[in-house]
Design a protein around this ligand. Structure first.
Ligand code: AKB
Length: 320
């Protein structure tokens, strides 16, 4: 009989953590999932919660021992825009936090790690379209630099110590359950809330700024799939390209107008537009498809439909 999984999600209050921790709790049982973050969740949760920072190795170790943790999902991170204003803090959270967890796996205290990378590992010297797994990575944000270093650390700990660490290069993630914070792709979440509440949104990216994106449901599906795959299927131990959608703010605004014809979008591009301009338009994820069967469920129309339906319920507006 296989040993009971005990999961620790670090950063359970964040954009991904809010959705992923609930999905894991549903799959593995609420007593087998522990969420941690630097402050308590605002809403009630269906898992065990502990206040802890990923930078506090001693406290982490005591939580890991207390609950016999086998798998860690490390989601705590400084994102791209916030990182540019806090270079040392971004590096420390994104790299020292990862090192703490990799060392627990090296010392056989935990068994498996999920750690997200990002399309931000690519930079202006990367081709724009259908960027392949091994395309040139010369990032121009501290977030991208830390993600690229993190990928190399994951690969190093796997090659040298046999650490079972798995990673995905997430594109911009869009969901209705949680808000992102400090990212460059955040506009694609904010726009829905503003469209529903005010029928107006001022976008901080240029109208034609195409970026790779993914619906949160697909990101959760990919995360659970890569963690469920048998170890020999995971051929890439840096991080896998994954892809679902790519569009610009104007494409998204047009879709939203189909639901709210009076919706108005204005543009005031700020420094985040420059960060976005260094990233690819679209990603080739054929390695993830070949190695562990990745394929997304949501296209742009299906995603917009689902988000608007759910946000209308959330904001108690009439569903049409
Ligand atoms: C960000 O915008 O910083 C993130 C990312 C692309 O990883 N969403």
């Amino acid at each position: 009989m296989s040993e009971q999984k005990k999961i620790l999600v670090i950063g359970c209050n964040g954009q991904i953590g809010t959705v992923l921790t609930r999905a894991l709790s549903k799959k593995y049982g609420s007593n087998n999932v522990i969420g941690s973050d630097i402050s308590k969740p605002k809403e009630s949760v269906d898992f065990i919660f502990e206040v802890c920072s990923v930078l506090d190795a001693n406290q982490l170790l005591s939580i890991i021992k207390q609950y016999n943790i086998t798998d860690v999902y490390l989601l705590a991170a400084y994102l791209s825009a916030k990182g540019e204003d806090n270079i040392s803090k971004a590096w420390s959270l994104n790299i020292d936090g990862l090192l703490n967890i990799l060392n627990f796996a090296k010392d056989k205290i935990i068994k498996k790690i999920f750690w997200p990378s990002s399309i931000a590992v690519f930079g202006p010297t990367t081709p724009k379209k259908n960027v392949n797994q091994n395309a040139i990575t010369e990032p121009t944000t501290i977030y991208g630099v830390s993600k690229l270093a993190g990928e190399a650390l994951c690969n190093y700990y796997h090659q040298k110590f046999g650490v079972d660490v798995r990673s995905l290069r997430y594109p911009g993630l869009i969901g209705w359950q949680s808000m992102p914070g400090g990212g460059t792709t955040d506009y694609a979440v904010d726009i829905f809330h503003e469209a529903i509440k005010k029928r107006e949104y001022t976008c901080f990216l240029s109208p034609n700024r195409i970026l790779p994106m993914m619906y949160m449901a697909d990101a959760i599906k990919a995360t659970i799939a890569i963690m469920d795959a048998s170890s020999e299927k995971i051929k890439i131990r840096t991080s896998y390209n994954i892809s679902a959608l790519h569009f610009n703010p104007e494409d998204l605004a047009k879709k939203i107008k189909q639901y709210f014809p009076d919706f108005i979008i204005k543009y005031e591009p700020d420094k985040r537009d420059l960060l976005a301009s260094s990233w690819p338009n679209s990603i080739d994820d054929s390695c993830a498809t070949k190695d562990w069967g990745w394929n997304p469920n949501y296209d742009l129309s299906k995603m917009v439909d689902d988000i608007i339906l759910n946000l209308k319920k959330k904001y108690k507006q009439e569903i049409i």
